[in-house]
Write a protein that binds this ligand. Structure first.
Ligand code: ADP
Length: 403
C-alpha cells in the first residue's frame, strides 16, 4: 500500500457533509470536519486540525458544493503539505444495491449505477452523489472511490436475503434484504480474527454495531452470511429513533384504521420510535442509562427492549454459524455502554455466556478486549473505524490501478 499518501474521505448525509483525511496505513486522522444544517438558513462548518477546533458560519442555503469549495480553497489552501500528500478520495455510499459487492473507482457508469440505487435509499444516495459530483469538480486530478455500506453483505445466501413475498417482486424490482454498516462489520470481524490469533477464514463472528442506527451480522470466515437490516435501514434491532422489526400488519392497521399517510408513517417509524419512542425521553443511550438509574420507567423499559431484541438476534445467528468464536460489540453504544453489554449477556445465559464485570466496566472510550471470563463463550468490545476501511479500500484501488 502507498506509504505516506493520504486519503480524503467524504460521508454525505441529506443536510450534512463529513470529511476527514486519513493515513490508510495507520488509520491516523489528520483533519476532520463537518458541514452541518446544509441548505438551511444557518449552515455551519466545524473542523479540527492538529488538536485545534474551529468553526465558521456558511452563507444561508449553502450546500455540499460550498463545503467542498471551502475545503479545497481555504482549508487545504492553508495546508499545502497535507494537500500534496492526497492520493485519493473515498466516498461512503449507503446503497449499492446488487451492482456492487466491493469498493470501486468512480467513473460515469458507477455514478449511473449509484443513481439507479437511489430509489432504495432516497435519503442517502442522492447526497452521496452530490458529494461525488462536487468532489470530481474540485479534485479532477485525484482518483475517487465509492465504498458501499451494502457491499459486504452481497455474500448473503438467497435463503437469508429473500423476503417471503412473491418472487416476482425480487425479480422485477430487486426488493430483498441488503443490510448496511458493511464497513464496520468488516472492520471489527477482521480485527477480531487478529485478536483471537486465528486466520480470518477460520473465524466465525457475530458483530453488533450499536450506534444511532444499529445492526448485527453473522460473519463466517470473513464473509457475511446474515444481517439484521433489510431493504432499508429500518429492519432489525431497536435503534435510537427507528423501531426495527414490527408486524407488517401493524402498518396496514395504522393506515386503514388510524388514517396514517405514507409520510406520517415514515416519520413515525424512522424518527419517533426506537429508544426515543419507548422512553418518551431521549434516543441517547447515555441519557437513558442515567434516567434509568434514577428510576425512570420508560428509560429502563427502552433499554431492556433494546437488549432483549439484540440478544435474540445474536442467538438466532448461531444457526448459520454453528460455531461462534466471538460476539463483538461496537459503535457508540457497543463500545461504551457496560449496561447494555451486561443485559445482553444476561439474556445470552441460555447459550452459557457469562460476564467479567470488571473487564466490562473497563471497556469504554476506545478500549478493546474481552468482557467474558475463561470458560464462557467469548464476547469482546472492538472500537470500529469505518473511515479507515474507506481509506484502505481507496488506497488499495489506486495501487491496483497503478499496477
Ligand atoms: P452514529 O450512528 O450516529 O454514528 P454513534 O456510533 O456515535 O452513532 O453512537 C451514538 C450512541 O452511542 C448514542 O446513543 C450515545 O448515547 C451512545 N454512547 C456514546 N457514549 C456512551 C457512553 N459512554 N455510555 C453509553 N452510551 C454511549
Amino acid at each position: 500500500m502507498s506509504s505516506s499518501g493520504l486519503v480524503l474521505i467524504f460521508n454525505a448525509g441529506s443536510s450534512s457533509l463529513k470529511f476527514s483525511v486519513i493515513d490508510p496505513d495507520s488509520g491516523r486522522e489528520s483533519l476532520d470536519g463537518i458541514g452541518d444544517a446544509l441548505g438551511s438558513e444557518q449552515p455551519v462548518l466545524k473542523w479540527q486540525y492538529d488538536g485545534h477546533k474551529h468553526a465558521r458560519k456558511l452563507d444561508a442555503g449553502a450546500g455540499h458544493g460550498e463545503v467542498i469549495d471551502f475545503l479545497v480553497g481555504d482549508l487545504l489552501g492553508e495546508l499545502p503539505a497535507l494537500k500534496k500528500r492526497l492520493i485519493a478520495i473515498g466516498h461512503r455510499i449507503v446503497h449499492g444495491g446488487e451492482h456492487f459487492s466491493r469498493s470501486v473507482l468512480i467513473d460515469r457508469k458507477v455514478i449511473e449505477a449509484i443513481g439507479e440505487c437511489a430509489s432504495l435509499a432516497p435519503l442517502h444516495n442522492p447526497p452521496g452523489l452530490l458529494g461525488i459530483r462536487a468532489a470530481l469538480e474540485a479534485f479532477p486530478q485525484l482518483p475517487q472511490a465509492a465504498v458501499f455500506d451494502t457491499a459486504f453483505h452481497q455474500t448473503l445466501p438467497e435463503h437469508a436475503y429473500l423476503y417471503a413475498l412473491p418472487y416476482s417482486l425480487y425479480r422485477e424490482h430487486r426488493l430483498r434484504r441488503y443490510g448496511m454498516h458493511g464497513s464496520s462489520h468488516r472492520f471489527v470481524s477482521e480485527r477480531a480474527a487478529d485478536l483471537l490469533q486465528k486466520p480470518l477464514r477460520e473465524t466465525n463472528i457475530i458483530s453488533a454495531h450499536l450506534g444511532n442506527g444499529a445492526s448485527v451480522a453473522a460473519i463466517k470466515g470473513g464473509t457475511s452470511v446474515d444481517t439484521s437490516m433489510g431493504l432499508t435501514p429500518l429492519e432489525g434491532l431497536v435503534m435510537g429513533t427507528r423501531c426495527g422489526d414490527v408486524d407488517a400488519g401493524l402498518l396496514m392497521h395504522l393506515q386503514e384504521s388510524l388514517g396514517y399517510s405514507p409520510e406520517r408513517l415514515n416519520q413515525l417509524l424512522n424518527r419517533e420510535s426506537g429508544l426515543l419512542g419507548i422512553s418518551g425521553l431521549s434516543n441517547d443511550c447515555r441519557e437513558l442509562e442515567q434516567a434509568a438509574a434514577e428510576g425512570h420507567r420508560g428509560a429502563r423499559l427502552a433499554l431492556e427492549i433494546f437488549c432483549y431484541r439484540l440478544a435474540k438476534y445474536i442467538a438466532a445467528y448461531t444457526v448459520p454459524l454453528r460455531r461462534v468464536n466471538a460476539v463483538i460489540f461496537t459503535g457508540g453504544i457497543g463500545e461504551n455502554s457496560s449496561w447494555v453489554r451486561e443485559r445482553v449477556l444476561h439474556w445470552l445465559a441460555a447459550l452459557d455466556y457469562r460476564l467479567d464485570t470488571e473487564m466490562n466496566e473497563r471497556m469504554r472510550f476506545g478500549a478493546e478486549g474481552a468482557i467474558t471470563p475463561a470458560g464462557s463463550p467469548t464476547a469482546m468490545v472492538i472500537p470500529t473505524n469505518e473511515e479507515w476501511v474507506i481509506a484502505r479500500d481507496a488506497a488499495g484501488l489506486v495501487d491496483g490501478e497503478n499496477g
